[in-house]
Write a protein that binds this ligand. Structure first.
Ligand code: ARG
Length: 282
């Protein structure tokens, strides 16, 4: 009895699905709000989620400024967002192999990356890098990195910043595949110092007040950077996301998300003026 009831339900569902498809409006979506705009295309996104406050895993969920911003942008631009914690290298490889549509991971827009990827207009201005070190280590500026064991995340601008002082592939630099492993190495004493993006370094210190981690900034050597959303080269989505970003700058949504994660107002004027930044790099 039960089975046949289930079966008939299934048959009903199947036939109504057929009916819908036959109506020629097969693109009808299943929006909760019942609106019948076109079914959203789901974009596949990779990230490296040990980079708070931009991306992190909290109680098993991917969250952070980048994650919330990208979802809001998807909403605005009419795309579904499927974001996965792929890790940094697999994120870039996934864009290369066209398995991923988007990389959202505090990615700095820079000249050599523009050869391989398209970037959105800048969505965040990062004030450069901080050098992190333990209480018992003495660092005044970046020059001191030359005499220490230094940890960085492989393939990042923090790694380049450290190498610009110490030398490319210098023996005293250890490269970790995630930001989280770099922090662990610093905490455990495997390295004396680490170089990473300033907002992430500051968040780390805030979240780990008992870890004896200090920081120093070297504005002479380490310059500000802009983060962008990375797309495959020639991606059809870049324009839609650029437009959506400008809308969220103007309608207060960007500010809302920014305030939630950084506890202050964004400098929207300066961000908007950075629009031409990508052109200047080419
Ligand atoms: N902004 C730096 C870069 O683009 C570091 C980004 C690292 N991001 C991460 N989610 N671990 O090279």
């Amino acid at each position: 009895m039960k089975i046949s009831f289930k079966k008939s339900l299934f048959a009903l569902a199947a036939s109504s699905a057929l009916l819908l498809a036959a109506c020629g409006t097969s693109q009808n979506d299943s929006n909760k709000n019942g609106s019948n705009d076109n079914q959203k295309k789901v974009l596949h996104v990779g990230t490296e989620a040990t980079f708070p406050p931009f991306e992190l895993v909290d109680k098993g969920e991917l969250t952070g400024f980048d994650v919330e911003l990208l979802k809001a942008l998807g909403e605005e631009a009419g795309y579904g967002i499927d974001i996965k914690n792929t890790g940094w290298d697999s994120m870039l490889a996934g864009l290369d192999s066209k398995d991923l549509d988007i990389g959202m991971s505090g990615i700095t827009i820079k000249k050599d990356r523009l050869d391989s990827y398209d970037f959105s207009i800048p969505y965040y201005e990062s004030e450069g890098f901080l050098i992190l070190f333990k209480d018992n280590v003495d660092i005044k500026n970046a020059e001191d990195l030359k005499n220490l064991k230094v940890g960085v995340q492989n393939g990042t601008t923090g790694a380049e910043a450290a190498e610009s002082v110490v030398g490319k592939n210098a023996k005293n630099i250890s490269k970790y595949e995630s930001s989280g492993l770099m922090f662990q190495a610093l905490l455990s004493g495997s390295v004396d110092a680490a170089v990473t993006d300033k907002p992430v370094a500051e968040e780390y210190i805030k979240q780990n007040p008992d870890s004896n981690i200090q920081s120093v900034e070297d504005k002479e050597r380490f310059k500000p950077e802009y983060y962008g959303i990375a797309f495959q080269k020639g991606s059809p989505y870049k324009e839609d996301f650029d437009k959506a970003l400008i809308t969220l700058f103007d309608n207060g949504k960007y500010t809302e998300i920014y305030k939630k994660w950084f506890n202050e107002d964004p400098d929207l004027e300066s961000l908007k003026n950075a629009k031409s930044y990508i052109e200047s790099l080419k």
